[in-house]
Design a protein around this ligand. Structure first.
Ligand code: FES
Length: 145
């Protein structure tokens, strides 16, 4: 049911931990499943994501998607990091079962929340970035679960 890559990133998650004095920190949750993800980004003066770490209190797919999402944003510009969508994370993991797609949304939203935090701290506006939700289950249809 899970791809080898998902199992690998679940069993050997990359970038677990925190970044002290991170440039941006994003925390999002999903009230329906109770999972919470926090992503830390270290962004340099050139606007390049130098490091990314995560702490996830959640299911295996949430751990695997946080691991892959942090791998994907490292070395990227802010605009490129914004393109690390849940679809990109899922593709990099060779797919997720349909009931687990929402876990990858948590990763996308946590990255956006960390970028939002960075933008607020620096008084800048990141083009194309909307204010992230704290709870991604807000406003979603019941039948998606
Ligand atoms: Fe909710 Fe995976 S079950 S994030």
């Amino acid at each position: 049911m899970y791809s080898e890559k998902v199992m690998d990133h679940f069993q050997n998650p990359r970038n677990v931990g925190e970044i002290e004095n991170a440039s941006g920190v994003g925390t999002v949750g999903n009230a329906k499943c109770g999972d919470i993800m926090r992503i830390f980004l270290d962004i340099d003066d050139e606007g390049i994501v130098r490091d990314a770490k995560f702490k996830t209190f959640g299911c295996g797919a949430a751990v695997a998607t946080s691991s892959m999402a942090t791998e994907l944003v490292k070395g990227k510009t802010i605009q490129e990091a914004l393109q690390v969508t849940n679809k990109a994370v899922m593709e990099a993991l060779d797919g997720l079962p349909p009931v687990k797609v929402h876990c990858s949304l948590l990763a996308e939203e946590a990255i956006h929340a960390a970028l939002w935090d960075y933008a607020e701290k620096h008084g800048i506006v990141i083009e194309g970035l909307e204010k992230p939700k704290n709870d991604i289950s807000e406003g979603e249809e019941e039948e998606e679960y």
